[in-house]
Unconditional design. Structure first.
Ligand code: ASP
Length: 292
């Protein structure tokens, strides 16, 4: 994250905290809180979710998202959607209205329409900054300056996510992304896959991940971090160990936020920066780097 965008990231995170907190303060569910927080981040062009997402190799926005309820383990996810404004709202619709858990592409969009969600043109999600970024990235590849078998921190960041605990002690998680820069059309990353980029179970933890999706998927990172909590580790230790394992085992990079049903949380990343924020009854904290 270049220094000139730090303020925008922190502002976005704080806006998301405010939206999530408003729900929780009013006695709303953790599920509603994570959805509200993620919608705010999707609507903010700063992040790789909703409008302003990274572009696929052929210049389109293709989004993945998942939302999961820790109390019931109900989940809703979508992959490769191109014509909805909010992938997380569509995921919530899947969670609420379908016996299925996961929809992709055209079927997901048809499901959206059948349940009253308006489709938009993909161009409404594309912004000039990303058109330029894709063009420059392709020029770097053409010049031999990028190893395309590796998604470096420069092309896999800014996915958004939230975890929350409500007044009833239930937890939930949500993750939404435009994926990685210059991804091949149809590629789905970790973000929307249960247990990879997002997870929630009251009996272990709620988690949301960001970073290079392929290694995160292989390690089923969100679920394995939650399992560490279920095995008795505190969420911060579990988050630290999970990110250390991502680096050691697969040379991956990324970050995780983790929350258990006792309200204990952990935040870890092995990238130079990751925007994060925490809101609790005693106040709010946020930043772009954890642990110095
Ligand atoms: N994890 C996302 C993906 O691989 C990218 C990101 O976190 O920014 O699709």
């Amino acid at each position: 994250m270049p220094d000139d965008v730090v303020a925008a990231h922190e502002r976005g995170v704080r806006n998301a905290l405010a939206a999530g907190w408003k729900v929780l303060e009013g006695g709303g569910s953790a599920l509603d809180a994570v959805e509200s927080a993620v919608v705010v981040l999707e609507e903010d062009d700063t992040f790789d979710a909703g409008r302003g997402s990274f572009l696929t190799r052929d210049g389109r926005v293709q989004m993945d998202a998942l939302i999961m309820d820790g109390a019931t383990m109900r989940a809703g996810g979508v992959g490769g959607v191109e014509r909805v404004k909010s992938a997380i709202r569509l995921s919530r619709l899947v969670l609420e209205k379908s016996p299925h858990v996961y929809f992709v592409g055209e079927g997901a969009e048809r499901f959206a329409v059948e349940h009253g969600m308006k489709l938009i043109d993909n161009s409404e999600l594309v912004i000039e900054r990303e058109v330029v970024r894709l063009r420059e990235f392709k020029a770097m590849i053409a010049a031999g300056g990028v190893d395309t078998t590796f998604a470096g921190p420069e092309n896999s960041h800014d996915t958004v996510g939230a975890v929350a605990m409500d007044v009833n002690g239930n937890i939930a998680g949500a993750t939404s992304t435009g994926g990685t820069l210059n991804k091949e059309p149809g590629r789905v990353g970790d973000s929307s896959l249960i247990g990879c980029g997002c997870y929630a179970d009251n009996l272990s933890a709620a988690a949301s991940c960001t970073g290079w999706g392929e290694p995160i998927m292989k390690l089923v990172l969100a679920k394995s971090a939650a399992d560490k909590v279920a095995a008795g580790k505190d969420p911060q230790t579990s988050a630290d160990e999970s990110i250390a394992q991502l680096e050691k085992r697969l040379n991956g990079h990324g970050g995780i936020i983790l929350l258990d049903a006792r309200g204990r949380f952990g935040i870890a990343h092995n990238t130079p920066k990751m925007a994060w924020g925490v809101r609790m009854a005693d106040g709010e904290r946020w930043g772009t780097k954890v642990g110095g």
